[in-house]
Design a protein around this ligand. Sequence first.
Ligand code: NAD
Length: 258
Amino acid sequence: MANIPEERTALVTGAGGGMGRDIARQLLARGLRVGLADLNPAGLEETAPAADPRVIHIAGDLTRDGAPEAAVSAVLDRWGRIDVLVNNAGYGVIEPFLDMTRQAFERTFAINVTALAMLTTAAGRAMKDAGGGRIVNVTSPASRMALPNYAAYAASKAAVDSITRAAAVALAPHGVLVNALAPGMMDTEMQRTTEAVLAKIEGRTDVEAFLAERTRRIPLGRRAGVDEVAASVVWLALDAPAYMTAERLNMSGGLDKD
Ligand SMILES: NC(=O)c1ccc[n+]([C@@H]2O[C@H](COP(=O)([O-])OP(=O)(O)OC[C@H]3O[C@@H](n4cnc5c(N)ncnc54)[C@H](O)[C@@H]3O)[C@@H](O)[C@H]2O)c1
């Protein structure tokens, strides 16, 4: 695999931890300059120090009005171009269906859907002007499952799939490819927190056995490595054939089969 010419740039959201950290580091290793956006400034520093000239830190809440557009502008102001956008930042909370709260719905949709849509349009406009680019949205197998204890999250990821298709068609005439990637179960902060709450709601005290049962349901019989899922995001962002757009790629070990 050839390295990308050094002038290419990317913006990765949720780059202060979890899979976003691996995505950002893999893009840097491929020779891109990368804008790292996250709520957590210390996490950004751990991903790649702000002193690195190939990096900018964009610390703050992407759900604030104007924050998605400002994140894209930060990359454009520094390097004059944006070739890749990875919409990876996400949030989810387990709640039993009949006890769902407005607060959980709003918080989930604000980052997973609204911020993602605004980032896509802001980057899409710059990519249109430049005549090309690639956008990768991180979705989830949850978007097509019936998950009564995780309904807001699942619905938000169904919206991600919908926005991916709409953006792919809107941006196709301008040489911009928009695809989605559905990770399987990875051992990240998000997954640890949600499964612990799920175990509690399902009345399970033997959390380790509960987790092992869930792992056994994955046809490949193991959880996904964060690095291998990140590699597939980077493949879509840099290497996938130029005829691939509006695609949803499953990296779930056979969990999601459509
Ligand atoms: N972990 C899994 O098993 C799994 C499975 C399927 C899909 N996903 C998806 O993969 C993506 C990455 O998940 P992860 O497991 O690495 O999660 P994570 O919680 O470990 O990391 C998410 C990152 O996004 C950042 N973030 C959250 N809200 C933000 C906001 N409002 N503004 C700026 N940054 C914000 C967090 O600070 C964090 O660094 C998410 O879109 C998630 O829905 C994860």
